[in-house]
Design a binder for this molecule. Structure first.
Ligand SMILES: Cc1cc2nc3c(=O)[nH]c(=O)nc-3n(C[C@H](O)[C@H](O)[C@H](O)COP(=O)(O)OP(=O)(O)OC[C@H]3O[C@@H](n4cnc5c(N)ncnc54)[C@H](O)[C@@H]3O)c2cc1C
Length: 473
């Protein structure tokens, strides 16, 4: 038996795999580094992460996932798992080892009567939204349509619908999971309930989910949504209104206050191009008529330079930011939950955002409350139920010369907001270079129970190429 391999150590893994011998075990293609599609398949969304697995199995079905898990367990080959590949920290690829790529398994089947949808692990939110909206239904999904369903649901899942319908993981009815011993089990409230508890927040640690059953809700195919942009000089007053109003606003309303540099778009007055501004990204989960009432108060605040709120297809709303957060750019992410948003926090935020570097960087608040807060913090592995706001700083650059300035800005702003933090972080927003203490902060008081679940389902830590919860605690 070869020694246990470290997934981050390039020297360990490549020689462990004889690909020609292994191909017969799989229905999907097993890609060697010389294969034409290898380079595309090894990359994730974050250009900052550049790793080369020894081989990539593009799974064609559950049997391939089982075969990959058994192979990794028997030969002690490091394993990485990729569904949508949007992990900010790049955990869905590895240096050496076997990358289990689920992106070809992207089937979506809606049960309109039962109001559920069965989603294969490789599907992305644009696939799910397209299928569910054909029936006037939807579930909480990511606000960029290329985000994968799997990583998103298994870590939490927030979006325009989460204040009304809960996190994505609150809408998980059941999941099919290939476990570390190579079995396929179904986890739900009634079957393997400890696994089901852990999957909802720390799923990447407990197995490879091959499909999800998610609860659906009625949602009109046109909703009122868009952006209300305020000049930076007015950001102070508007942000103070948001701090009070948003946590107790109607649950169908979601509004992300974004601080960013305005792009040179025709709809934005030229004098503001390239200038920092406060962009309220809003959506109302109801009919456009209901949205008119629900958004009235927010639209009446201050004197925006643009009120770009209008009825539009929900599927289009879900794609609004696709172009603004492109794959391949280098991304530095730091996040935390805020206890509160006192004046000092807003002053800090605005002082740093006056200096936002480059066209890709931003900082935003994500109001929580509503259905998210009605779930007990111990009911699932995801503990952050009471914080009124999530806070996320994203630094992006494509020119390497900008790397230092952008990272320093993001790091400094993140650190300056720590005094207002709960100390917790959303696991799905952990970025490159974060340590074990931050993974613990993602699970807070649920850590002890999670370690026990990990020990029961993955005692040898086969699934460790992730934000890892070691079975030893
Ligand atoms: C542009 C962008 C927008 C985003 N918007 C939102 C948002 O609106 N709301 C929100 O909550 N989050 C958002 N996120 C964060 C998002 O939730 C995470 O990046 C999430 O991990 C993406 O899922 P994925 O399948 O694409 O990830 P991947 O990179 O494929 O995987 C992420 C992690 O999950 C593991 N994993 C992947 N598939 C499986 C599986 N089938 N079984 C077990 N483990 C698996 C991987 O090993 C890895 O550790 C956004 C991220 C980006 C980059």
């Amino acid at each position: 038996m070869p020694p246990a391999a470290d997934p981050s150590d390039p020297s360990d893994a490549p020689s462990l795999l004889d690909l020609d011998d292994l191909r017969a075990r799989f229905r999907g293609p097993l890609l060697a580094p010389s294969a034409p599609r290898f380079d595309e398949a090894r990359k994730g969304w974050n250009g900052l992460v550049d790793r080369r697995p020894a081989a990539i199995i593009r799974c064609a079905g559950v049997a391939d996932v089982i075969a990959a898990v058994r192979l990794a367990g028997q030969e002690d080959v490091p394993l990485a798992v990729k569904s949508g590949g949007h992990d900010f920290a790049g955990k869905s690829t590895s240096e050496g080892g076997l990358l289990v790529d689920l992106s070809d398994m992207d089937g979506v089947r809606v049960d309109p009567e039962g109001r559920t949808v069965r989603v294969e692990a490789g599907a992305r939110w644009r696939d799910v939204d397209h299928e569910t909206q054909a029936f006037g239904l939807a579930t909480t999904g990511g606000t960029v349509s290329s985000v994968g369903v799997a990583g998103y649901v298994l870590g939490g899942g927030t979006g325009y619908l989460s204040r009304k319908h809960g996190l994505a993981l609150d809408n998980l009815v059941s999941a099919d999971v290939v476990t570390a011993d190579g079995r396929l089990v179904t986890a739900s409230a009634d079957q393997h309930s400890d696994l089901f508890w852990g999957l909802r927040g720390a799923g990447a640690n407990l197995g490879i989910v091959t499909s999800f059953e998610l609860r659906l809700h009625e949602l009109s195919t046109q909703i009122l949504a868009g952006q209300i942009i305020h000049a930076f000089e007015d950001a102070n007053d508007v942000l103070r209104f948001c701090a009070e109003y948003l946590p107790q606003a109607p649950e169908a309303l979601q509004c992300y206050p974004f601080l960013l540099k305005l792009p040179p778009l025709e709809v934005i007055p030229e004098a503001y191009h390239g200038k920092p501004a406060l962009d309220l990204v809003v959506a109302f989960a109801g009919t456009p008529e209901e949205g008119e009432g629900g958004l009235h108060e927010l639209r009446g605040v201050g004197d925006p330079i643009l009120d770009g709120v209008f009825p539009q297809p929900y599927t289009a709303v879900q794609q609004t930011f696709d172009l603004g957060m492109p794959a391949g750019v280098n991304w530095y992410s730091r996040a935390q939950y805020l206890e509160d948003l006192p004046d000092a926090a807003m002053d800090t935020l605005l002082a740093h955002c006056a200096q936002i570097p480059g066209p890709y960087s931003s900082a935003y608040l994500e109001p929580a409350g509503g259905a998210i807060g009605r779930v007990d913090p111990g009911a699932t592995a995801f503990p952050h139920r009471t914080a009124p706001f999530g806070f996320h700083v994203v630094g992006g650059w494509s020119d390497p010369a900008e790397a230092d300035e952008v990272t320093a800005w993001a790091e400094t702003l993140h650190a300056a907001m720590v005094p207002f933090s709960t100390g917790g972080v959303y696991v799905n927003l952990l970025g490159v270079g974060e340590g074990e203490d931050r993974v613990r902060a993602a699970y807070g008081a649920n850590w002890g129970r999670l370690v026990k679940v990990k020990r029961a389902w993955d005692p040898d830590n086969l699934f460790r190429g992730n934000q890892n919860v070691p079975p030893g605690g």
